[in-house]
Each structure stands twice: as C-alpha cells, then as structure tokens.
Design a protein around this ligand. Sequence first.
Ligand SMILES: Cc1ncc(COP(=O)(O)O)c(C=O)c1O
Length: 444
Amino acid sequence: MSAPRAVGFGIENMPRMVRGEGSYLYDDTGRRYLDGSGGPAAFSIGHGNREVNAAISAQLGRIACAYRYLSTSDALEELTACILGACGPEFGHIVFTSSGSESVESAMKLALQYWYARGMRGKTRFIARERSYHGNTLGALSVSGFAERRRPFEGSLLDVSFVSAASEYRPPAGAGPADLAAFLADELDSKIRAIGPERIAAFIFEPVVGAAGGVVPAPPGYAEAVRAVCDRHEVLMLADEVMCGAGRCGTWRALEHDGVAPDIMMVAKGLAGGYIPLAATIFRADLGRVMLDAHGAFMTGHTYSGHTAACAAGLAVQRLMQRDGLIARVRTRGGPLKAALAQSLARFDEVGDVRGRGFLIGVEFVRDRASKEPFPAARALSYDVGRHAFEGGLICYPCAGNAGNSTGDTVIIAPPFNASDAELEELVAKFTAAVEGTLRPTSA
Ligand SMILES: Cc1ncc(COP(=O)(O)O)c(C=O)c1O
C-alpha cells in the first residue's frame, strides 16, 4: 500500500491512465499529468522508456521466468553483480522479491535465521521506530509505527518495541537540536538494555522516512550513533531503503550519505523503476556464510523471487541510470529543487517545513508555523492539496498522520531522476498553484 486513500477524485472516479511517456502520464480523455512524485516515489526513470521496454521484451522473447530455486539466468546474475557493485564491499548476498513488504519480511526472517544459526535462539524480538512504515504484510506492518495503517490489524501483529522517530522538525520531548542524535541513540541503548540484548534480533529503520513522516532524513550523526549501539549489543541493523534507496536520495544506498553500512538493507521502488515489480533484500557476506553453513540456504523466498524478466527490467533501469549519470543528477539537482520549492511556498504561513534529500522532498503543512500545531485530521489538507494538484495536471503524493492522533499533513515530491530542468520548474509552479488553490480558494 502506498497512499491509504484515493488522492484526487475518489476511488470510483479516478482517471483512467492510458499512456506514459517520460515524466508525463495521459488519461483516456487526453489530459496530461506531470508525475511529480513518481507515483509513490517509485518511477525513477519516468514512463515508457523504450530501452527498458526493449530489454524486457527481449527477455520475454527468450524466457519469461526461469525458476530461481532450480536454476539461474544471465539477468539474475548480472543484476546481482550490478547491485552488489553499487552497494559496496560490505554486502555479499541478495534475496530478490516482488515488493517492498516482501523485502522487509525477508529481512526480518533472515535476521531470525542468522541468530538461530548462531545458536542465539532467544534473539527473536524487533525494535522499530514510531512514525515509520515498512509494509503491508503482517510482519512488516508489525514493525511499522503507523497507527492509521495498523489499526484494523492490532491484536494480530507481532509484539514489537518502539523508540522515537528521528525528526528534527518534530523532535521527542527533552531533545534539543544539537544533541538529537545522541538522545535518540541513548534511547535505543536504554530500550535494548531494558528488554535484554539476548532477546533482540534487530533494529529496523528508514534512513529517510517516507510516507509515515512526509520525508524525514535522520539528523547528522544519527546513523553512525545507532550503528554503534547495535554493534555494542549484537543487534542487527536493518535499513529499509525501499523508498529512499536505489539513488532516490542522490547516492545508491541512502546510508552512503552517512558513511554507514547496515547488516541488511531493503530496496524496491526505484530498483526496476516500476517497469516490473522487483525488490531486493541485500545483506552482508558474513551473515550469509553463517546461514549457509548452518542450513544450506536462506530460508525465505517466493515462487517469483528473482523473476527473470523482472531482473532484466531492473538491470536495464540500473544500466541506464549508470550510463546517464542519473544519481549524480539527483545529487546536484535535489538541493536546488528543494530550495525552489521552499522559495515558491514561502509566502504561505501554513507551509511549516520543506525538507528532504535528493529527489525525495517533503512539504509539511501546519496551522501555526511557530507552534507547529497541525490542522485537524478531518480537514484532510494534504489530500486536498493532492486533489488540486491532480486537477492542475500534477501528480504528487499526499500523506497524513505524522504529527500524532491522525493529524499532520505532508506531501511528497519525488520526480523521476531524468526529469528535465523545465519539468522540474513546471513541478514547482504547478505545486505552488495547488497549494494556492487549497489555502486561498477565493483568489484561485
Ligand atoms: C519505506 C517503505 N518500506 C516498505 C514499503 C512497502 O513496499 P510495498 O508497497 O512495495 O510492499 C514501503 C511502501 O511504500 C515503504 O515506503
């Protein structure tokens, strides 16, 4: 699940998309939409790319799927080498899946299998963060601190412990801006000690929070500090890069920015850019060795793990990104895009924060800029902005609930990495018009 409700027109009245080309989508009435959020921050190279489509169709012409657990394929092996090369020498294994939720589920199971293989069988609990989202399956939802998405399933979820969100804009009570990273690391350390390190399998977090926070990069020093806490207590660090990884934040791994390597990481959305569902759980070589020695296999996977045509799509997307220097483009254009949005929205007192990294930018709306008081949940302001944007020919990604009690209005901007400068300018103009239409309807 990405958006929990229909954004623009209501679920029964959505536009019927018939074509995508580059940064634009077209509906059956011929209306054109600029994809300013790559759907749910997924479509990293835009739509209808001929090279990627040709690579997929060539693969389909040879074989659609060679079952992963009985065979291998060129696409699978080349994509594995490509991803491991991009991730760095700390990583040695990949389990492919078809969605972010499955990649998180696999990460959790691999963490459990690892401790079991090491004979540390009490290490079965997970610690996660409030205001986080890790997916829709029961395990992934269990580690998600997202009340609105959990509510109907409470009672059937795993018993998970939570620590505070790592937000500079909405820090936990008692934490000052200068000591936020240390405060949060201490909190994690205390939580592990209180439960007992011998009972904790892993700590899972999003290096840059997506939908649950409306784009929240952790404060400087945070990743390094929690890495040290995890190491001290023999707790695995699981980085959920489903949304923020695969180049979205201007580095292939989002945590590269912090100079930190997790034990296990998950990528999904941008990996094959939405051309075919594809996700990956990537983990350290030494973890893999322990599990292979004990069990001979990684005890997670699905019928379509490593699906050959999906791997061909992922490979084509990744090669195109490398050839065209798209991650470097995200790195250099991300700052100016964020600055242009902030400048264009500065006249609205209701815009409390414009934040993010690379092409993952969040805009937070508040009733009062000084107190950061959110709008009432019933106002559904972020969805209103999303609807106005849609009507003006722009797709963005509204989110709600980051400020507690279902309040908090944020909108995610996450254009394709190869959106042109003119398209980025159009995005800023159309988004500003949507905000104007929402907040100042009489002058619209
Ligand atoms: C950080 C994060 N993790 C996991 C997921 C779940 O991915 P999927 O919707 O592909 O199952 C999402 C989806 O938005 C996400 O943003």
